[in-house]
Ligand binder design. Structure first.
Ligand code: GLN
Length: 192
């Protein structure tokens, strides 16, 4: 069974936990370095407030270990603030140019359904004071766009969405993340 670490310093982590458990994954919350040091097959960085999460990561000595694990190939899924954390503004593990709070005040929160490559059609997308991605580079692949703006991307084992799939019943985005995790587990086992 896959064991997924969920960064639980702040924000919408409980919903990810529920969704992953409903899909049969084991999860644990990361609030300090000793939590993080447990064995894990993947990481969720939830929505919330990216500047607060980044500051806490630094204060708790989690920033560098997490950055190294991701660059070392640990699968990670960042939603909303989690997307911002993986960008060059913070952990700098993904080649994405991000616009924070991109939708302004009036359109702070909205819902739509759009196709997402590798995942399926009619994916429910809940946006809450969301960023979008201006541009991807390197090996980063665009997975979804809304009104011409990039709202989901994948680079190797790193998956990001500007929206919150954990807030709807549709589990396909989390399933996709778990399939990325299983793929990594199989490769690790076969290379031993
Ligand atoms: N606006 C938040 C930020 O900039 C992100 C919002 C969210 O995660 N729902 O960090």
């Amino acid at each position: 069974m896959a064991k997924i670490a969920i960064l639980a310093l702040q924000g919408a982590f409980a919903e990810h936990e529920q969704m992953l458990r409903s899909l049969g994954a084991e999860t644990f919350q990361v609030r300090q370095l000793s939590d993080w040091n447990q064995p894990k097959d993947g990481l969720i960085i939830p929505g919330g407030e990216s500047t607060t999460q980044s500051k806490l990561l630094h204060d708790l000595g989690l920033f560098e270990p997490i950055r190294q694990a991701i660059t070392g190939g640990l699968p990670v899924f960042g939603t909303c603030a989690g997307l911002i954390l993986l960008s060059p503004m913070h952990l700098c593990t993904m080649d994405i140019d991000v616009r924070r709070n991109a939708y302004g005040r009036q359109l702070g929160s909205f819902f739509t359904t759009q196709p997402m490559e590798e995942v399926g059609t009619d994916i429910p997308m809940t946006f809450i004071r969301a960023p979008y991605i201006n541009k991807v580079s390197g090996t980063c692949k665009v997975l979804a766009e809304v009104d011409g703006h990039i709202v989901a991307a994948r680079q190797g084992k790193q998956l990001v969405t500007a929206f919150h799939p954990e807030l709807n019943d549709d589990t396909r985005v989390h399933q996709h993340f778990l399939s990325m995790v299983f793929d990594t587990c199989i490769k690790n086992v076969s290379s031993v």
